[in-house]
Design a protein around this ligand. Structure first.
Ligand code: ADP
Ligand code: ADP
Length: 229
């Protein structure tokens, strides 16, 4: 099954005076190994879409399928478990634990999922090496550059092998050069592990190197041209 399917997703907010129709029947499928950029103006509904795809908010109508499982049919408890086990999140700011080293930050969600300390640290090291952070394993976030921190956050987000990674402006806080290292991290993981991702971004360079770009028009997903790697 596809890692992420949004089918006819509707979300309307009531701001007290009027209804704001943010999503009016949004459809999107992200396939295995596919990196999809979501590029749309501020206020178009990108965050709302990511929150719904990440099972953090309910749609008013429509379905969210994660790896073939219809999240709307689950109990709150099972939906929370599905989110924890199958979805990774990356934000503009990294939210790493300041007192923990890079490898400990990447090990943490694995420990919470029940993996042994030894196995969690081994996987953390393997992921950090893969993302070019071999000599940064023992550094704390404050001792890392912005791009390095964001790559640690990516390693943490994929540590429990999610089906899909959701990223909200992952390079929003970085300059073009460091953003390049973050971009490479997505491409490496997609190539090596079949990672699927939906990445909301204003970064045209990042968007241009992903597999395809979609946008939001009047609450619906509209595909722009397919971009070849
Ligand atoms: P984007 O991420 O593309 O900037 P958002 O999804 O944050 O867009 O917001 C889309 C629209 O939905 C905006 O008009 C915003 O004001 C409105 N909106 C988002 N969340 C809420 C909410 N909780 N209550 C009311 N309106 C909201
Ligand atoms: P409402 O009563 O407005 O429909 P929701 O059911 O959307 O409220 O959310 C109620 C609470 O459940 C929220 O505080 C939110 O944190 C949590 N929640 C909402 N959607 C999900 C979800 N898909 N997975 C887990 N928790 C959720």
């Amino acid at each position: 099954a596809d890692p992420l399917v949004l089918a006819d997703v509707v979300r309307t907010f009531d701001d007290g005076t009027a209804e704001v129709k943010v999503l009016t029947g949004a459809n999107l499928t992200v396939r295995e190994g596919e990196l999809v950029a979501l590029v749309a103006p501020s206020g178009a509904g990108k965050s709302t879409l990511l929150q719904i795809a990440g099972l953090l908010e309910h749609p008013d109508a429509g379905r969210v399928m994660i790896g073939g499982t219809d999240a709307g049919r689950l109990s709150d408890k099972d939906r929370t478990a599905l989110r924890r086990d199958r979805i990774g999140f990356i934000y503009q700011f990294h939210h790493l634990m300041g007192d923990f080293s890079a490898r400990e930050n990447v090990a943490l969600p694995q420990r919470l999922a029940g993996r042994s300390a030894r196995a969690a640290l081994a996987r953390a090291d393997e992921l950090l090496d893969r993302l070019g952070l071999k000599d940064r394993r023992k550094h704390r976030p404050a001792e890392l550059s912005g791009g390095e921190r964001q790559r640690v956050a990516i390693a943490r987000a994929v540590a429990n092998e999610p089906r899909v990674l959701l990223a909200d402006e992952p390079t929003g806080n970085l300059d073009q050069r460091t953003a390049g290292a973050v971009r490479d991290a997505f491409l490496t993981l997609s190539r090596d592990t079949g990672l699927a991702a939906l990445v909301a971004t204003h970064n045209q360079t990042l968007a241009g190197e992903l597999d395809r770009t979609v946008t939001l028009k009047q609450g619906k997903i509209v595909s722009t041209e397919e971009v070849n790697r």
